[in-house]
Design a protein around this ligand. Sequence first.
Ligand code: SER
Length: 315
Amino acid sequence: MAEIILVIGSNGQIGTELVTELRRIHHINQVVACDIRRPDYDTKNAGPFEFVSVLDKENLKAIFTKYKPTQVYLLAALLSATGEQNPKLAWDLNMNGLLNVLDFAIDFGTKRVYWPSSIAVFGPNSPKENTPQYCTMDPNTVYGISKLAGERWCEYYFQKYGLDVRSIRYPGLISWKAMPGGGTTDYAIHIFHEALKKGSYNSFLSAETKLPMMYMDDAIRGTIELMDAPATQISIRSSYNFSGLSFNPEDLASEIKKHIPNFQLNYIQNDPRQKIADGWPKSINDEISKKDWQWQPKFDLEKLTLEMLRNLRKG
Ligand code: SER
């Protein structure tokens, strides 16, 4: 049976690149992009697009009825920094959006569902270095709370209804095709734009704030590899730890200086995102992803910096 894949939240930082890659792998018409906004890039012209809010059950049901998707990627969410400005909306979208999709996936016989979790599920009392898959988890952002609760729901739907749900705890994702939307790790993208435009950047995270990060190409490849893995290899139905690299603003600035020698990094004090970052891990242990579905990242800091600058210079 031909796959029909819905990507809900197709216009965001991840969706923009995931849709393109899935359309490259499958036939263009097999990948339906869905979002609440009209896309400002090529998804609409390149293939099917539907306006849908995951909170609008009637409309969402109509999309499931129309396409009977075999796979759904649910990417619509409010991220960590934006979530703190509107906690109730973040909870509503991140939680009820997920439950709506899980329920329709069961009703319409969807074979496989992908839902992203995040390093934000960890909190101040989680181990900071080499954070294991299982440990104390006390997230203190509404985003992290909703992701941790979502992980429990995913595992519950797998155990109770046999729904094949798969998930990854993304680190900060670095990309150039679409801008990030309201995350704590966004500095690591803004820095490249500003380095090229102004030769300097004011970081809202402090010099020593080391966080887990990943280049988008690795994240997209990993996501599709997880979705393509045989179900017998998937031992985790909540969400997998997933690691690329870790760096702090100073490490990144040093690497950028190799290409833009006069680049200057300054710091803004007392940004609320610092507190969020302080509660998160510095590095992630993803040995179970490596064992279960042979995950291997390809981008280190040198390669990531080179790719970001090369592509943004073209644009
Ligand atoms: N990049 C995300 C954020 O900063 C982490 O999942 O919110």
